[in-house]
Ligand binder design. Structure first.
Ligand SMILES: Nc1ncnc2c1ncn2[C@@H]1O[C@H](COP(=O)(O)OP(=O)(O)OP(=O)(O)O)[C@@H](O)[C@H]1O
Ligand SMILES: [Mg+2]
Length: 261
């Protein structure tokens, strides 16, 4: 591909990277090397790979939380040079403020940007309904289960209005049943709000079940070793995971990861 084609392609993608790299400790730790990809608007991409392969580093580069060492990264066709309002990130831990109710936590990003209006309050209540917490608007985090707290964090993420969601193992600290249920709801929710989503997980089946595309990462140096398209229609039933087609994809990912998984 020539240089002009490259620039054109990148300006059409929601998220784009070209030979993106990041080193730490004066270059002695190569956390990410040569990441090149384009993510289509509204698509769901899972990032799977073993601990230390650079998943969080890639998300933090896209969010503008850390500076790249080499290459390019863009969101909506513009170069990432710092934190921005069209990108929102969520972590494993909910990080809610204990002394604020669920709805007050959801309203926090708005409150930090400007005065909160009645419409903002209505919107926050709608988002809490979207994540299944309409009966808990005025509950404090200590009165909510871990899964419910992550639902509040997800509503808060959506309240920012960002259409690019970076989710770093958002349900990783929860039990398997809760995680599976939240995953199904997450698929419905990002479909409804039409967000472009990059989702980090250690779990291969989860990565495939949720995504349109899976980026498989390997460590030392951290790189995207393969991109796998997931062809299954939506909505997807949980039973999809027992089908031979699904398990063929699981085997394909395992093959790329080799002994690292
Ligand atoms: N601030 C930092 N200073 C030095 N090294 C770092 C820093 N952040 C990350 N690293 C190193 O970069 C590499 C990639 O780290 P990263 O956190 O991106 O991995 P990860 O894939 O998210 O791992 P995990 O699955 O455990 O969360 C690791 O070797 C890590 O030690
Ligand atoms: Mg990480």
């Amino acid at each position: 591909m020539d240089g002009t084609g490259d620039a054109q392609q990148m300006s059409n993608s929601v998220l784009g990277a070209r030979s993106l790299g990041k080193t730490f400790a004066n270059g002695s730790v190569v956390a990410l090397e040569g990441a090149t990809f384009d993510i289509r608007p509204g698509s769901f991409v899972s990032l799977v790979g073993p601990s230390g392969c650079g998943k969080s580093t890639l998300l933090r580069l896209i969010a503008g939380l850390i500076e790249r060492t080499s290459g390019q990264v863009s969101v909506h066709g513009t170069d990432v040079s710092g934190p921005r309002t069209d990108v929102a990130m969520m972590f494993q831990k909910a990080t809610l403020l204990d002394w604020r109710t669920a709805i007050e936590n959801v309203l926090l990003p708005t409150e930090m940007a400007r005065s909160v209006t009645k419409d903002d309050q209505k919107h926050a209540a709608e988002l809490l309904k979207l994540v299944g917490l309409e009966e808990f608007l005025f509950a404090f985090p200590s009165q909510l289960s871990g899964g419910m707290q992550q639902r509040v964090a997800l509503a808060r993420l959506l309240q920012t209005g960002a259409d690019v969601l970076l989710l770093d193992e958002p349900f990783g600290a929860l039990d398997e049943f809760t995680r599976e249920r939240l995953n199904v709801e997450l698929m419905r929710i990002v479909g409804e709000v039409k967000a472009t989503t990059l989702f980090v997980t250690h779990n291969i089946a989860e990565a495939i079940f949720l995504a349109d595309q899976v980026f498989v990462m390997t460590p030392r140096p951290g790189r995207i070793a393969a991109t796998i398209d997931v062809p299954f229609e939506r909505p997807r039933p949980l039973s999809l995971q027992t089908s031979p087609e699904f398990n063929t994809l699981v085997a394909e990912v395992r093959d790329v990861l080799g002994d690292d998984h």
